[in-house]
Design a protein around this ligand. Structure first.
Ligand SMILES: N[C@@H](CCC(=O)N[C@@H](CS)C(=O)NCC(=O)O)C(=O)O
Length: 214
């Protein structure tokens, strides 16, 4: 079967979130860049893949999936369902809990920081330090919960790696491209968890893809 196609540029953390899951699942896939500069993401071809004109989008044969977290789940269900623990009702519930925490706590605190520091200057704007400071405070509140959790188990859903951990990777890699990565220093268990994730071949491969020269 032809490899899956992941549409979007590797400078997007939503695209690289999917790349981590696809790598970790051992899926066959290729990345097809979409050029924002020419408005390719709003072209009829791309709107057929993602009606919101955004990246990422995934194509697997005649199936199109958009929304990065849905793509990640699809990659796991297809190639490595143990990353969702779907065979175990209780473990799967806890994986779901931490998937939701990433989507509704971690990402909303970190996204404005990454937008202000990394994206806005690329668009010709200036970083709003007040927004950064406010969201760093929100992030600290979230990280305190992670610290308590990770002092009890090695990974977020238990003593096993799951998609819940992996979905944090791309945005956290971007945090390290800002001057604010030291926010993690106050949370030793979070730092140890992150160091463990960084050792994974899937994460190293995607981290290399995210470098501007890649
Ligand atoms: N909830 C979506 C968000 C996707 C998203 O915001 N993509 C950005 C790039 S990171 C994009 O395509 N922006 C262009 C636009 O909205 O026009 C997901 O997780 O896939």
């Amino acid at each position: 079967m032809a490899p899956m196609k992941l549409y979007g540029a590797t400078m997007s953390w939503n695209v690289t979130k999917c790349a981590v899951a696809l790598e970790e699942a051992g899926a066959e896939y290729e990345i097809v860049p979409i050029d924002f500069a020419t408005g390719e993401h709003k072209s009829p071809e791309h709107l057929a893949r993602n009606p919101f004109g955004q990246v990422p989008a995934l194509q697997d044969g005649d199936l199109y999936v958009f929304e990065s977290r849905a793509i990640c789940k699809y990659a796991c269900r297809k190639n490595k369902p143990e990353l969702l623990k779907e065979g175990d009702l209780k473990e799967a519930a806890i994986v779901d809990v931490w998937l939701e925490v990433e989507a509704h706590q971690y990402s909303p605190a970190l996204t404005p920081i990454l937008f202000q520091v990394l994206v806005k200057p690329m668009l010709g704007g200036t970083c709003d330090e007040k927004v950064v400071e406010e969201n760093l405070e929100k992030l600290k509140t979230v990280l305190a919960v992670y610290e308590a959790r990770l002092s009890k188990c090695k990974y977020l859903a238990g003593d096993f790696i799951s998609l819940a951990d992996l979905n944090h990777v791309s945005m956290t890699l971007c945090l390290f491209a800002t001057p604010h990565a030291s926010v993690l220093d106050a949370y030793p268990h979070v730092k140890a968890w992150w160091a463990g994730l960084m050792e994974r071949p899937s994460v190293q491969k995607v981290a290399a893809l995210m470098k501007p020269s890649a």
